[in-house]
Write a protein that binds this ligand. Structure first.
Ligand SMILES: [Fe+2]
Length: 461
């Protein structure tokens, strides 16, 4: 939710262009569920995850509630009961069902939800066609970014749902039908499989000094990225790539999950209480490991980034490795130095739905040393996996949540959660940026979350 009065949003100007953008984002959500059955879309495998059907309805509710009802005179809601039914957590809007029972919503049917989407989409197109005010564009950007957040959750939640099923179905089999431009209807698309070659990890050093962090208000940002402010950082080093499965296996083989000295107190209790011995979705078969992926059960590729680890595990791994996690500010400064992050982005649009290994550095990428003004060959900055930081999710200096129900979007969650940066392989490309702050409780690991290390320069670089 942006502190919107200070944001400058105008990359598109014509109603037709905004309608096209609206349709593109809305269609992306439907594309994600096109291979799911109505029964698939009902499953809620744990309280933190939601059924795909609920995501499709709730994102529609958001446009209806925050745009059509207040901004479109004469708009008639599709069903007055939905204002309560598909409210997620906005207390100032009059209440909502408990999150854990979303999987009981067999009614309305999936067909009714599709009609609900069409009803809202038709009204949105009509409203946008009438003319664009600054306030309407602000709310539209918010609704589209909100929908993109839920697109990521559609994938993470159905992956968890399918993992809980004894049949272990695949969200996207290795070959699956696609409607991607350039493919004929019914044509099968192969999921990308990465190399198994390990890339050396090197360290990028940044100088001590004052840096600016936070969003610069050019384009959309959520309110929790604001205001931009100065931050004084001691010199630090950050890893050139994400930690791999091979490196994490070494941690496991070294007794990582059996050594309390590596874990924070809460973390160790969680490990013991839940019997953790490996990342979520990993299973040992004899002497080898396999993992559940969106393609189904697959052999563990040692070169891929380790994924589906909690903050607790990321922190313990860093301690075992003689390093630490970066603060979110170190991460943001380092991400801004990446020379070619866009070239390696593994985001939702690639339809890989799984992190891929780092690339072998080219001849110009061998040297990783630089100053704070230089460029680095940092890899896997955007996409692949969210990266846990050591920063608790709190307000920036001068932060004020927006007035009204919008203010409940981000600010009220600034307690007991840790910040993740960088997006994942299921984050939409137009939704991620270096200043983006994701946040989850430290024990959660069903998101595509991984590890990038940092350390202080006195340990060498
Ligand atoms: Fe939401």
């Amino acid at each position: 939710m942006p502190q919107t009065s200070s944001l400058h949003i105008e990359p598109l100007s014509l109603p037709r262009e905004w309608i096209e953008r609206y349709d593109k984002v809305r269609n992306q959500s439907l594309k994600l569920v096109e291979t799911l059955t109505p029964e698939d879309q009902m499953v809620q495998s744990m309280p933190e995850a939601s059924p795909a059907k609920w995501h499709i309805a709730h994102t529609t509710w958001f446009f209806e509630t925050f745009i059509l009802v207040p901004c479109m005179p004469g708009y008639v809601p599709f069903d007055a009961r939905f204002s309560f039914l598909f409210n997620s957590y906005y207390k100032r809007l009059g209440g909502h069902p408990h999150r854990a029972i979303r999987g009981t919503f067999s009614r309305p049917s999936l067909d009714e939800i599709r009609l609900y989407r069409m009803h809202v989409d038709n009204a949105m197109r009509e409203l946008l066609g009438r003319g664009l005010s600054a306030e309407l564009l602000r709310l539209l950007e918010l609704g589209l970014n909100h929908e993109q957040q839920h697109q990521e959750l559609i994938v993470t939640d159905i992956k968890h749902a399918f993992w809980t099923s004894p049949l272990r179905p695949a969200f996207r089999p290795t070959l699956y039908p696609t409607s991607k431009p350039g493919y004929q209807p019914g044509q099968m698309r192969a999921v990308e499989s990465g190399t198994s070659t390990l890339v050396p990890l090197t360290w990028c050093r940044f100088d001590e000094g004052a840096y600016e962090v936070g969003h610069d208000v050019r384009g959309f940002a959520f309110d929790n990225e604001l205001p931009r402010h100065k931050m004084y950082l001691k010199s630090f080093c950050i890893a050139s790539r994400l930690i791999t499965n091979q490196e994490y296996l070494t941690f496991i083989d070294n007794g990582g999950y059996r050594r309390p000295e590596l874990w924070l107190s809460d973390a160790w209790d969680h490990v013991c209480d839940n019997g953790w011995v490996a990342p979520l979705y990993w299973e040992r078969t004899g002497k080898t490991w396999v993992q559940f992926t969106c393609k189904g059960m697959m052999p563990l590729n040692p070169a891929e980034p380790v994924c589906h680890v909690s903050f607790y595990e990321a922190d313990a791994f860093a301690r075992w490795a003689g390093a630490r996690l970066p603060t979110e500010f170190e991460w943001e400064i380092a991400a801004g130095s990446a020379r070619d992050s866009k070239a390696s982005d593994n985001l939702l649009e690639r339809e890989n739905f799984h992190p891929v290994p780092a690339r072998q550095p080219g001849k110009t990428q061998v040297s990783q040393q630089h100053t704070s003004q230089g460029q680095t060959s940092l890899q896997q900055v955007l996409g692949d996996t969210w990266e846990w930081t050591s920063s608790p999710y709190t307000a920036y200096p001068g932060y004020h949540p927006p007035a009204g129900a919008e203010g409940e979007y981000n600010g009220k969650f600034m307690c007991n959660q840790m910040v993740l940066r960088g997006g994942s392989c299921v984050t939409p490309e137009s939704h991620i940026r270096n200043t983006y702050r994701n946040f989850f409780p430290p024990q959660m690991r069903w998101q595509f979350s991984g590890i990038r290390l940092a350390r202080d320069p006195e340990f060498g670089s």
